[in-house]
Design a protein around this ligand. Sequence first.
Ligand code: PXG
Length: 448
Amino acid sequence: MADIPPQDKSFSPRAIDLNAFWMPFTANREFKQEPRLLIAAKGMYYTSHDQRQILDGTAGLWCVNAGHCRPEIAEAIAQQAATLDFAPTFQMGHPGPFQVANKLIEIAPTGLNRVFFANSGSEAVDTALKIALAYHRVRGEGSRQRLIGRERGYHGVGFGGISVGGIAPNRKFFGSLLAGVDHLPHTHNLKENAFSLGQPTWGIHLADELERIISLHDATTIAAVIVEPVAGSTGVLIPPKGYLERLRQICDRHGILLIFDEVITGFGRLGTAFAADYFGVIPDLITLAKGITNGAVPMGAVLVRQEIHDAFMDGPANQIEFFHGYTYSGHPLACAAAIATLDLYQKENLFQRAQELGETWQAVIQSLRGLPHIIDIRTLGLVAGIELEPRPGKPGTRGMDCLRRCYEKGLLIRVTGDIIALSPPLIIETPHIETMARILTEVLQELS
Ligand code: PXG
């Protein structure tokens, strides 16, 4: 726990004008009144601008799975920046993305052995949706144009992602979105499932709603279904037992592709490389980002079943097969970070950490039950959602106050409305888990 970041000076946020940066997904005016700046990080801890050690309960934003500022990753990035800063991957190449792709398919579920690179989860999602649409078209089933998402789904902020996503504020400001999208119901139900341990037993029938949507539109109009195996951003919603299996069966029956958005569940969050392995349900495409580089350089990726890729390889060999890509697809710095990160995950067996610690994590976090305001606790792997009762007429304020007070006491949590989400780096040890629980206990006891 003696991780002291190499930053020994306090920093006053007033030393810079905070107005020019329009902060993402932030109450800008409130934040700038009372800024919380992080100035260094090491292992399990951030250092705040006023020189306090803040235990990272969220792995940054679900991405720093191997802990902060790992020298292996920092050195790989520095060396790459000095050797080959940028190289195109359109009609050119460099070794990085080929190497990363090979490493990814080594740990990917069987059959998903082609990789397309992007620079974020949002881009990975839009890429996966485009692959799904184009796949059906190149096979002569161009009528399959509909995409099915889910209520309370989060798939980033591209137009594809917000269209299949199920969060009203992320959608309602932005016009008519993609046409031809429908949504499954979400699976969250406190009356049936509050305080379930692991996967809840109620709710498999919600997967059958896919059959209803298919009868409404006809299977020949549907390209793909996209879901997060565990919904993260909307408050850690764990799939009911049998639910993902049922979605897979229905998709298979109707020739519909199944996409798992594993931007937060990928890279060991549940104790396996991917949630697909944890649940034993193999989708046709998997979207990745965040933990792929330990958060150190932006990178996203789509793992694709080989048959899907091969369907594109039918025309003349001198023709571009898929009209899609980003200037920075397979960027050298991201690749260097990814290679070092994947090596570290393997060397330190980090994907097993959530299995080793799962029982302790569940026991300690579930022991918070009974504290004021808590109406549900959900845990799986090294993730937890703690749902607080909203203050009457003021939803979200209790959650935000909780975040502030935890931060003051040295713990970084995420809140979405009144739901606390915890997703620590996988290098976490039992004493850190106990510290998290202690701080949460104090804060919840004090909170109105
Ligand atoms: N899909 C999923 C499942 C995600 O969780 C994205 C796509 C988009 O990734 P990018 O890299 O474009 O942001 C995400 C992102 C939170 C939180 O607090 C979660 C995300 C981002 C920011 C905050 O839960 N997930």
